[in-house]
Every structure is written in structure tokens, then in C-alpha cells.
Design a protein around this ligand. Structure first.
Ligand code: FAD
Length: 469
């Protein structure tokens, strides 16, 4: 412990005190801590979506309250370019160190490098906290891996996986790379003269949308205890049925943790360890082959792919899909894209999904696949429009998982759904919502089944266009 010395801990999408290595190590090494959050709307390399902002607003309030109740300290919230903010801070108070948990989008990597370079006279350290593995830690053998070609980070000659199963196997072989859990600090001293802004001054809450955001937020808890308890409850009561239940949207058979992982309220490491323990305790007998573990590893895979293909939200991962013939006239888009967005396609399961998204900021995974297939393969609208709509309306909108999943559904992604798998919304409904519980919940009583396209005809057109590639 450095007597009398101060460390700034920079938080960003790691808003937790349990298993937070930057916070833990700063408290170990320094006597005085300044917990700081610097907001920039495009910190992920693109403007944050509306629902994400609303969620972030609540996360920040809740995290600030947690720091206050647990340690009697406040989160110092700032706005703007990190280097400028830190330079200004240095004018007002002396600090000796900057600790943070590393990030993986190109914009964040560059920003974090700038901090390391500019403040190289200080003790600047970063840690792994947002994933189980650093995206470059899981390496394919030289024979099987692919080399990144599209705007990759440190990509030259770096091999990465394009197929999930060998990636997941390699992760499970390398669990020794997953670090120990970091305890929450016992006590934090925070003495300084830095004044931040109020969360409200970040303008994360939309001015025009009426009561939309207030209703959205009623679907979520921001109590850290409740979030952890809900996950424990899932592990105790639902994990053993996860494989069967996860595809039935009315079953509530999934963990509902994606937004909490996205903002770092839950630690992926704590989740992973807790699942492994639950599998052992409940004798689930499928440690190497557990569906829920695989889903956590899909998240890792999306980051692995994004890390080496930073243009994932803009560019097809498989270039041969670049020339797909989209219906992209302004007329077509203004008519059909907005019908899809508003849940007015006349296909019940699609419209119910789009309503669920609008009201709650999430959508069940099965339904995400159905609506994404409908947009790209029935309406033949470019996947980027769907990705952008999800980006704006999902509270779990993730810079890696969202574009990765859209490309997966369209077929241009790695290890993607084959192009000829075109979901028939009617049979998907029969298979996964046979009792109509999901559709009934999310469709208005005045909803009409006037289908805006004929699925069989659109399917044939889509297949023809795929063939032309
Ligand atoms: P559970 O089934 O309980 O799974 C636990 C965790 O595993 C999830 O929270 C998530 O972190 C991870 N996970 C589960 N399924 C996937 C998957 N298919 N790919 C990657 N990770 C997964 N997920 C996001 O977190 N953010 C997004 O922006 C996002 N966009 C998507 C877009 C499309 C078109 C599709 C088809 C899927 C998208 N997903 C996204 C993946 C998935 O739908 C959600 O992670 C899941 O529905 C979240 O619910 P849950 O927490 O109950 O998941």
C-alpha cells in the first residue's frame, strides 16, 4: 500500500465492486481512490443506442448509490474526451495511478492506449474483467486458424477461429487462463476535491419519447443484490431444464442476464464459476457439454471474432455476401422497414417479438432469430438496418454480439446459419408458441393478420438471390 498516494479507477461497462480487478488492485496498492466514469457518446466507435442510454442512466445511479452505501464514497462522473478530462483532473489534484479494466472495440483500445502513452510517467495498469478470456488468448493451431484481413487489431498473421465448436473446446481446455475471483474491497478511502456532474447532466434520457423509457425501465431491476439473487435462483431452479426450455419464449427458461453482462454489473467469471459449481452440485452430468456454458462461450466467440474483425457492424465477414441484392429503394424501406420495426408485418410471432423489444428492451433469443430471418430473407432488407434497430432499442445491445448475430442469421457471418435456412414464421409459431401464450402477451387485441408479404414467394426470391452470389 502506497501511503498517501492516489489512484484513479476508471469505470466503463464494469460497474461492480465484486470481482473488479481494477478496483481491487487499486485498493491494494493505493491509499486513496478516485472512482471515475467518463462518458463519451461514441466510446464504442458508434453512438450509443437510445435504450442502452436509458439503461446506463439507471446503472450509473445505482452504482453511485452502491458506492455510497458500502463505502461512503461517490462515483465522479465526467463528460468528454478521457485524456482531456484526466489532464484537467491532474491540474486540480495529484494522482499517481490510473487503473481500468481493458476493452475490446478498436475505439476503446485506441483510447486506452492513448491513456497509457500520455500518462506513461504514472502507474497505469489495465486488467481483464469483461470476458473470461482475452479475445486473442484462445488460439487455433497454425493449420486450422484463419488470418484476419478486415481492419483487424494487431491482426497481421494472427490466427483466429471462424468455427464455434473448436473455439469452445479450446476455451474449456484452457479454463486455467480464467483468473481467480477478486474480492470486493473492505474499505475505500476517497479524499479529493474533484467535482463531477450529475447523471442527469449526461442527457441519457430522451426528451421526446414521452413515457416510453419510464415503462421500459419497469421491466428491470437495478438492485445489485436482486440481480445476483435472480441469477442464483436461475441456477438452482432452471439450469437443469435450460436446454429444453430455452427455446420456448413463454417459459421464462433463460437467465435474463445479457444486459447485466453488457454493462458489467455481473462478472462473466462469477457467472461461469457459479454455473460450473451448480453443474457439479446438481450432478448434471454434462460438464463438457452444458448448453448454458456454451451460450456464455458464444458471447466469448462473438468478441473473439470482433476483436480480429473490427468492422463487423459494417462489413460482411464473408466477402462473397457483399453483393447480395437487397430491396433497398427508399420507397421500399419507408414502407416495409417501418412495418417490421412497429410490429405490423401481419405475422404474429414477428410482430409479438418486435413489441416485446419495444416495451422491454430485450427479445427472446428464438424470436430474435425469427425476426432477423424475416427482415433479411422475407423482406430482403439489408441486415445493417435490423442491426441498427436492435442497436437502438435493445438494452443489451452489444458491440460484438449484436452485429455478430445479425451476420450469423443472414449467413455472412462465421459459423453462420446456412443461407437456405429461412425460418417460416408460421411454423416457428407452431413449434415454439403452440399455446399462443407469447403472442397473446405481446400482441394488442386489435392486432390484424394482414401479411405484408407471401412467405413462400419471398423464400424463393431469397434463395434465387443467394444462388446468384
Ligand atoms: P441466456 O439464454 O440465459 O444465456 C446466458 C447468456 O449467454 C446471455 O445473457 C448472453 O450473454 C449469452 N448468450 C446467450 N445466447 C447467445 C448468443 N446467441 N450469442 C452470444 N451470446 C449469447 N445478445 C446480447 O447480449 N446483445 C445483443 O446485442 C444481442 N443481439 C442479438 C441479435 C440477434 C439477431 C440474435 C439472433 C441474437 C442476439 N443476442 C444478443 C443473443 C441472445 O439473443 C441474447 O444474448 C439472449 O437472448 C439474452 O437472454 P438471456 O440473458 O436470458 O440468455
Amino acid at each position: 500500500m502506497m501511503q498517501g498516494k492516489t489512484a484513479i479507477v476508471l469505470f466503463s461497462d464494469d460497474f461492480r465492486i465484486n470481482d473488479n480487478p481494477a478496483l481491487y488492485n487499486a485498493c491494494q496498492n493505493y491509499q486513496n481512490i478516485i472512482p471515475m466514469y467518463i462518458y463519451q457518446e461514441d466510446y464504442l466507435g458508434r453512438k450509443l443506442g437510445t435504450a442502452s442510454k436509458v439503461f446506463l442512466h439507471n446503472v450509473l445511479n445505482s452504482f453511485d448509490k452502491l458506492l455510497l452505501t458500502q463505502f461512503n464514497i461517490r462515483l465522479i462522473i465526467q463528460k468528454g474526451d478521457s485524456i482531456e478530462v484526466l489532464k484537467e483532473t491532474l491540474k486540480k489534484t495529484r494522482f499517481d495511478a490510473i487503473y481500468f479494466n481493458e476493452s475490446y472495440t478498436l475505439n476503446q483500445i485506441e483510447n486506452e492506449d492513448k491513456i497509457k502513452n500520455y500518462f506513461n510517467h504514472l502507474d497505469v495498469r489495465c486488467f481483464k474483467a469483461k470476458l473470461l478470456f482475452h479475445p486473442s488468448e484462445i488460439k487455433p493451431s497454425s493449420k486450422t486458424g484463419s488470418t484476419s484481413t478486415i481492419n483487424g487489431v494487431n491482426a497481421a498473421n494472427h490466427k483466429f477461429y471462424k468455427v464455434f465448436t473448436p473455439f469452445a473446446k479450446q476455451c474449456l481446455k484452457n479454463t486455467h487462463l480464467i483468473e481467480e475471483i477478486y474480492e470486493k474491497p473492505q474499505k475505500i478511502n476517497s479524499v479529493h476535491n474533484i467535482k463531477g456532474v450529475e447523471v442527469l447532466q449526461l442527457n441519457l434520457i430522451p426528451k421526446k419519447q414521452g413515457l416510453w423509457h419510464e415503462k421500459l425501465i419497469t421491466h428491470w431491476t437495478f438492485s445489485f443484490d436482486e440481480i445476483e439473487n435472480n441469477f442464483i435462483n436461475f441456477l438452482e431452479n432452471k439450469l437443469k431444464f435450460y436446454k429444453e426450455n430455452r427455446n420456448i419464449p413463454s417459459n421464462k427458461g433463460t437467465a435474463n442476464i445479457s444486459a447485466y453482462l453488457r454493462f458489467g454489473i455481473l462478472s462473466p467469471k462469477i457467472c461461469f464459476n457459479a454455473v460450473m459449481l451448480a453443474i457439479a452440485n446438481q450432478c448434471l452430468n454434462e460438464t463438457e457439454n452444458n448448453q448454458f456454458v456454451f451460450e456464455l462461450l458464444w458471447r466469448e466467440f462473438a468478441y473473439h471474432v470482433m476483436f480480429f474483425n473490427q468492422n463487423i457492424a459494417n462489413q460482411e465477414l464473408r466477402p462473397e455476401y457483399k453483393n447480395f441484392q437487397w430491396n433497398d429503394s427508399q420507397d421500399f424501406l419507408s414502407k416495409f422497414l417501418s412495418k417490421w420495426q412497429k410490429g405490423q408485418t401481419g405475422f404474429d410471432i414477428v410482430d409479438a417479438g418486435m413489441n416485446e423489444l419495444w416495451h422491454t428492451g430485450v427479445m427472446h433469443n428464438r424470436i430474435r432469430m425469427v425476426v432477423a430471418s424475416f427482415l433479411t430473407k422475407d423482406l430482403l432488407i439489408n441486415w445493417r438496418h435490423g442491426e441498427q434497430w436492435f442497436w437502438d432499442t435493445l438494452v443489451d445491445a452489444d458491440p460484438a454480439v449484436n452485429p455478430f448475430s445479425w451476420q450469423w442469421v443472414f449467413g455472412s457471418g462465421f459459423d453462420a446459419a446456412p443461407y437456405f435456412r429461412i425460418f417460416n414464421p408460421t411454423s416457428q409459431k407452431q413449434k415454439f408458441d403452440n399455446n399462443n401464450l407469447y403472442c397473446k402477451k405481446w400482441l394488442n387485441s386489435n392486432w390484424k393478420a394482414d401479411m405484408i408479404v407471401n412467405h413462400d414467394i419471398q423464400r424463393k426470391i431469397a434463395l434465387e438471390r443467394y444462388k446468384n452470389l
